[in-house]
Ligand binder design. Sequence first.
Ligand code: MN
Length: 246
Amino acid sequence: MKPVIGVTPDFNAGDRKEWGGHEPTYFLRARYVRAIEELGGIPLILPLVAGPASRRRLLERVDGLLLTGSGPDLPPRLYGERQRYPFPLVSERRANFELDLVHHARMKDIPLLGICGGMQTVNVACGGSLFQDLPSQVPDVLPHRQKSKAIHVSHAVDVAPGSLLRTIVKKATMMVNSSHHQSVKTVAPTLIASAVAPDGVIEAVESPRHRFLLGIQWHPEFLFERHPLHRRLFQALLRAAGRRRD
Ligand code: MN
């Protein structure tokens, strides 16, 4: 039986110009869904229900979770800072739902992969913090918003020996795409950094205490078709989710 993977959508509460304008609208790049389906899972796009009991029941129906990225960023107050630079914020509803999802996943040991903003959510949910704007806050930082299309890779990362990520990709160094202006600043106490860019920017975090709690700063959903290394990230999530169900 194929594992069911809950996928979080983005949400416009009605205050964004794109994606529905003033009409509250869910939206999600289809390639997240396609990656899960094509690699042998059943994607289930999750509604951002508010009640704790509804969320618990929803999560009883999934074997794994995929936290997707988004354009807007987490409100810095979630990691104890005031917003120091202008950037759009993710809807309150989505932030709250995804933070809660990470807490549930940790409690129940549900395999979870966080992509880009999803990785940042994992780190913040576990008590870590973020750089609000890499170019403003980190001297000599590489361009992490690549000019080329996301289907192309643009910078290297070193993968930590002994990490879950290392067992998945089986490489000490790999090339990734990059489309972010924020990144992990303080790694949450229960997590470790498992990939780092040459400029020191943290590109992956994971929990050594869980079977599969991994966040990556890049976008494998743009790479999985042409790059086996990036395909393996989804395959590893699906395998972990399948094992949990059995
Ligand atoms: Mn990057």
